[in-house]
Ligand binder design. Structure first.
Ligand code: GAR
Length: 201
């Protein structure tokens, strides 16, 4: 295997997906190649970002779909995916799913785990919680995904300062710019490299 085949799972705007695409173009990610982007929402702007970069896309709606995970597994297996990157993917995956791809799923979370994480902590809510608690430092975490929401082994973290007068939106943008968009591509390259190394044995 020359490059690990990466699938990026998204639900929304896809700025983290864009960071991964940019990192691939600038050779920060060189051990893997984004071969598929899957969204659980047909109107996710992330799909447009993928199409603009000529990356294959798939939409698997979750709402009212009892076969969501089965369809997701089949789609990923059919593409021979080696690494799944959750980049703003707002669905919790079952143990059946995480076991199927053990040590092959990573996620970016917009706080320093174990703070402000787990079920119910996603997107802006994470930053609202950090501000209402009054912490002075927050950040982002990239971790492996297991059956416990935000509970898998930590790969990389980066701290970000909270400033007087921050709103959740302002803080979200700073955490993305200073942490998420950097550590997600870095972690992705680290794990892809590891996967390739494992294949050599
Ligand atoms: C990002 O901040 C990501 O860390 C967060 O949602 C945002 C998605 O933005 N993910 C979670 O909260 C997962 N628990 P994006 O679609 O622009 O990448």
């Amino acid at each position: 295997m020359q490059k690990a085949r990466i699938a990026v799972l998204v639900s929304g705007g896809g700025t983290n997906l864009q960071a991964l695409i940019n990192a691939q173009q600038s050779d920060i990610i060189k051990s893997g190649s984004i071969t598929l982007v899957v969204s659980n929402k047909s109107d996710a702007y992330a799909l447009t970002r993928a199409a603009n970069a000529n990356i294959k896309t798939a939409v698997i709606e979750k709402k009212g779909n009892p076969d969501f995970e089965e369809q997701l597994i089949n789609t990923l297996d059919a593409e021979g995916i080696d690494l799944i990157v959750l980049a703003g993917f707002m669905c919790i995956l079952s143990e059946n799913f995480t076991r199927h791809f053990e040590n092959r799923i990573i996620n970016v979370h917009p706080s320093l785990i174990p703070s402000f994480c787990g079920e119910g902590f996603y997107g802006l809510r994470v930053h609202e919680a950090a501000l209402s608690y009054g912490v002075k430092v927050t950040g982002a975490t990239v971790h492996f995904v297991n059956e416990i929401p935000d509970g898998g082994k930590i790969i990389l973290q980066k701290a970000v300062e909270i400033k007087e007068g921050d709103t959740p939106e302002v803080l979200q943008k700073r955490v993305m710019e200073q942490a998420e968009w950097k550590i997600l591509p870095e972690a992705c390259e680290m794990v892809c490299k590891q996967i390739l190394k494992g294949e050599e044995k």
